[in-house]
Design a protein around this ligand. Structure first.
Ligand SMILES: NC(=O)c1ccc[n+]([C@@H]2O[C@H](COP(=O)([O-])OP(=O)(O)OC[C@H]3O[C@@H](n4cnc5c(N)ncnc54)[C@H](O)[C@@H]3O)[C@@H](O)[C@H]2O)c1
Length: 335
């Protein structure tokens, strides 16, 4: 049985990854500190004898000492995720996303793991010209504290080449969509669907800006592909994670959402405080690992609209803090 440790594995992406890998007969260990008090999110997994949860923080990995000899592969997902939360809690963000992640990477220097997969982001490309497509060698241009820390961490890990025995892989994830037991409505597709479904007026900034998107279940499948790949294909390699057909402008997203919610109220405006605009090439992951997403953006929109109709998010407004990376208890915002 393969044994994987998901650090930050009780979040939006992590819970879906854990479910998927359990279904693939993996034994799944998760270390997470539930930074948003979201300990409801993995309750459905706790009973599974192949799932082990460790309540811990990446800044002190001593609770891993008991289990580390059993682990084959590590996926590093933890951190403050997104531009707004890292801006709001900038000191904590530097502490976790820079110092914390780097010390976490160091922890594995002398451990006998086979793979360490660092989950990074296509946000690292920042702002690129309209006619360009960013492949993995494209100049990085991080425009936020969040992306700056990801770029630093990528370099930090890649500098371990020839100094560690494990195979290291960096996956630059597209923006996620899809259902999760720790749902986030602070991501473009889910936020747009939510606002329009609820009949709220939605203002969309810079509707012609591009971004790539990918379903959380596809990310989970990609993790398995990387873990099970021949070492020379993934060892100290960087991959954009997503599919070319899921590069969308915000306007394209809205047009598809309106097909399911025809009465949705949208207005468009310019000069977003978030200037990101990037279209990404996913050729490498396709050619090297045979990975193409199974889910289109349209599939994700349909799935989410159906979940709303089904009443799954009836408390999304009354309980809004539960549904995203908005607020950290007992922490003073820096900004
Ligand atoms: N969601 C996206 O659109 C997206 C896009 C690109 C990349 N990513 C990357 O995917 C990964 C997962 O993102 P997500 O959307 O699931 O975010 P998330 O915020 O839902 O999950 C992050 C998890 O990390 C945990 N965590 C935070 N600080 C920790 C600490 N100090 N110690 C232990 N655990 C800690 C949180 O409690 C949370 O469960 C992140 O690395 C993120 O940068 C996500």
């Amino acid at each position: 049985m393969k044994k994987v440790l998901l650090i930050g594995g009780a979040g939006y992406v992590g819970n879906v990854m854990a479910e998927y890998l359990l279904n693939q007969d993996y034994q799944v260990f998760v270390l997470d500190n539930f930074i948003y008090d979201h300990n409801y999110s993995n309750k459905h997994l706790i009973e599974n004898s192949n799932y082990k949860f460790i309540n811990g923080d990446i800044r002190d990995l001593s609770p891993l000492n008991e289990v580390i000899s059993e682990i084959d592969s590590v996926v590093l997902l933890a951190g403050l995720v997104g531009d707004p939360i890292t801006k709001k809690y900038s000191e904590l963000s530097i502490n976790i996303n820079s110092f914390g992640i780097q010390s976490c990477i160091d922890f594995f220097d002398d451990k006998r793991i086979k793979n360490l997969i660092f989950v990074s982001t296509c946000s690292n490309y920042g702002l690129i010209k309209e006619n360009e497509l960013a492949d993995e060698n494209f100049q990085l241009n991080p425009l936020s504290l969040y992306a700056e820390a990801k770029v630093e961490a990528e370099k930090y890990l890649l500098n371990k080449k020839d100094k560690v025995t494990y195979s290291a892989t960096v996956l630059r994830f597209a923006t996620a969509f899809g259902l999760s037991s720790r749902m986030r409505f602070d991501l473009s597709i889910s936020e747009f669907v939510k606002e329009l479904y609820l009949g709220n007026d939605l203002t969309v900034f810079d509707e012609h800006t591009w971004r790539p998107y990918c379903h959380v279940k596809d990310f989970a499948r990609l993790i398995q592909l990387v873990i099970e790949a021949e070492k020379d294909k993934v060892n100290f390699e960087v991959f954009n994670a997503g599919g070319d057909f899921n590069n969308y402008t915000k306007k394209m997203l809205i047009d598809q959402i309106l097909e399911y919610i025809p009465n949705g109220k949208v207005s468009y405006t310019k000069n977003s405080p978030d200037p990101r605009n990037y279209r990404v090439s996913f050729e490498k992951v396709k050619n090297t690992l045979g990975f193409e997403p199974n889910f289109s953006v349209r599939d994700g929109i349909y799935e989410l609209v159906e979940a709303f109709k089904d009443g799954q998010f009836s408390d999304v407004e009354s309980n809004s803090f539960r549904y995203g990376n908005y607020f950290i208890a007992n922490q003073q915002p820096t900004n």
